[in-house]
Write a protein of this length. Sequence first.
Length: 283
Amino acid sequence: APISPPELTKCGPPDLPAGAKPINCCPPISSNIIDFTFPKNPQVKVRPAGHLVDATYLRNYEEALRRMKALPLNDPRNFTQQANIHCAYCDGAYHQVGFPDLDFQVHSSWLFFPFHRWYLYFYEKILGSLIKDLDPNFCPSVLELGFTQCSKTPTLFFGSAYRGGEDSDPGGGTVENIPHGPVHVWIGDNTQPNLEDMGSLYSAARDPIFYSHHANVDRMWTIWKTLGGKRSDITDPDWLESGFLFYDEKKNLIRVKVKDCLDTTKLGYVYQDVDVPWLEAKP
Ligand code: C2O
């Protein structure tokens, strides 16, 4: 069975690593859940490469983040709330619907890519809506240059199957393991007990670089699909019908499914076309 979106009312305390300051990372509750629908006539925007953006772009991005941090703490669009989403979905705050003993965990399985794509999608919508007055066309996820392993099959790339009623952590795909993981650890602060912020799941998204790192990981998914052979999205309905909940830029709680995030142009974005020299490089 697919993994159903979690029940927000059953969100509990996260399992934190030793030495972490206790936090409650549950989102505000809303009883009104809206099913995701694609934006009508999406204007497809380009997520630019971080090393190629200009000063105006950077200023707008900083301003969007500033405004996000300035929102009331109980507003689901607030930066801390956005960061908490990662904690809630990764540290055992949610359990699987109907399986109270099983964690809802979006790492170390085939949910890794689609979860993070949806997460960035709403984060970006919120940032964009906060600076509509400055730049109505803003597409704020800056990304870095990166590299990937060219996994030859969907299972190698996405990670192992994780279905409703199954234990979390069946195993992540190649990109989730490397380079995704080491970049977290490398950026984390080694004077903190658990390499906070970036080096620990519960705190990673408190560092704005998280979203750029994940935009780059998300870009690897789009590139991987163009490499031919067996490299294409999983067709198993248990993956396609699995889902998550996110608040959007209007503070509506939206239920999304994996199947609706496979084509980024339908979500309204593509990545800037830049050279990918690592594709040819031998490790
Ligand atoms: Cu949800 Cu880079 O981890």
